[in-house]
Design a protein around this ligand. Structure first.
Ligand SMILES: Nc1ncnc2c1ncn2[C@@H]1O[C@H](COP(=O)(O)OP(=O)(O)OP(=O)(O)O)[C@@H](O)[C@H]1O
Ligand SMILES: [Mg+2]
Length: 247
């Protein structure tokens, strides 16, 4: 029996191609086959990012007060950059302090930034939002969450916290103590927090006499809190008219 001839695959392909060429036909180009999942299929990173974003946006929607449900555009580049960092590298993210006079849009900007974080599809989106006054009201002896250890613990441990209107509640030793414990714990754990306040961190002083001529968080809440706030936050000052009156 004659030995079967072993055909070189390259020669065989060239022969096939020559016949096809003679008939004016063409073999499709060969290339890598992309049989991985598409962006709308499980297994594709974009599919999972979208699923995380959907979960986070649902959380945002349940937390946001009705007035701020349309807060979308993050007006200040520093706030937008902060939101991206919280979404992608929460362990490295700093905190944000939005200050400025009444009605300049601090709370709106805070909710817009929190929305941007949710939209980016972060790995975790666990958020508590409260005004400082409400927080003191709940934690105060006789308040709805008066067993302070657990409730304050929840606020210190939550990955993302919005503390609105810092410094607006009536100051007292107890308010200072609770605020100090909360901020100190979050400062130590490097957990991102958005603060808003009507007051600058340092009280303005008369340049000639050095006398304090207006309120500041240092006077209202004490130096130890403001020292930590200064290190842990990027400060954004919102200026302009009271949007409520303008409307
Ligand atoms: N960028 C914006 N686009 C549309 N509306 C806005 C914007 N920023 C703020 N507003 C609206 O202006 C009003 C005042 O905004 P906001 O409550 O955020 O001010 P604030 O600085 O937090 O005030 P306060 O110091 O009294 O807490 C709200 O009705 C808010 O919805
Ligand atoms: Mg506000």
């Amino acid at each position: 029996m004659p030995e079967p001839r072993l055909l070189d695959p390259a020669i065989a392909m060239a022969a096939v191609q020559a016949r096809l060429d003679a008939r004016g036909l063409n073999l499709p180009e060969r290339g890598p086959v992309d049989d991985g999942p598409s962006p709308d299929q499980p297994g594709h990173p974009e599919y999972h990012r979208k699923a995380r974003a959907e979960f986070a946006l649902a959380r945002w929607t349940t937390a946001v007060p009705r007035r701020y449900t349309n807060a979308r555009i993050v007006a200040h580049p520093a706030a937008a950059a902060w939101a991206q960092q919280v979404a992608t590298q929460p362990a490295e993210a700093r905190s944000l302090l939005l200050t400025g006079p009444t009605g300049t849009g601090k709370t709106h900007e805070a909710w817009a930034a929190l929305h941007a974080i949710a939209e980016a599809g972060p790995a975790r989106y666990e958020l508590i939002a409260t005004t400082a006054a409400d927080m003191y009201g709940r934690l105060r002896p006789g308040g709805s969450e008066a067993g302070t250890e657990t409730s304050l613990g929840r606020l210190t441990r939550i990955p993302l916290l919005l503390l609105d209107d810092l410094g607006s509640a009536k100051a007292s030793e107890w308010v200072e103590e609770i605020t100090y414990r909360l901020i100190n714990e979050r400062y130590n754990a490097c957990k991102p927090t958005v603060f808003t306040s009507n007051y600058p961190t340092e009280a303005p002083r008369d340049p000639k006499t050095g006398t304090i001529i207006g309120p500041g968080l240092d006077v209202i809440l004490g130096d130890r809190i403001v020292s930590r706030l200064t290190e842990m936050t990027d400060v954004i000052v919102l200026a302009g008219r009271d949007r409520r009156r303008a409307a």
